[in-house]
Unconditional design. Sequence first.
Length: 145
Amino acid sequence: MGMLKEFKEFAVKGNLIDTAVAFVMGAAFGKIVSSFVDGMVMPLVGMLTGGIDFSQMKWILKEGTAAVKDAAGKVITPEVADVSVKYGAFLTNVIDFIIVAFAVFMVIKAINRSKKKEEAAPAAPPAPSATEQLLMEIRDSLKKG
């Protein structure tokens, strides 16, 4: 029963909820970045490189073959796909990663900056306790008298 109680405290404290929210937000942000890169960045890069579509760039290791059919349309030899290294899709994903990593870096940097400001602000000294207050009054009255 102790483990269940410990998990409940963990979940209620917000750690689990914060992690889940961060995961969902990260996934959504990743989709936005992918859409931005696929729809805006890569077409511009393609135009600058002479109209190349990076998502279709690949290095063909072995050519594929088309399906062979007889007169009746029955497949005699099935189609064989190309064996290729699709480095264009990899480059697009690397650009996605760099943008996401930079955005996360900027967020962490802002959080660290705000934490440093909080740490730099000195805390107000605690008010003297009732005993200390009474002793100070006694001291002051002895100095007068």
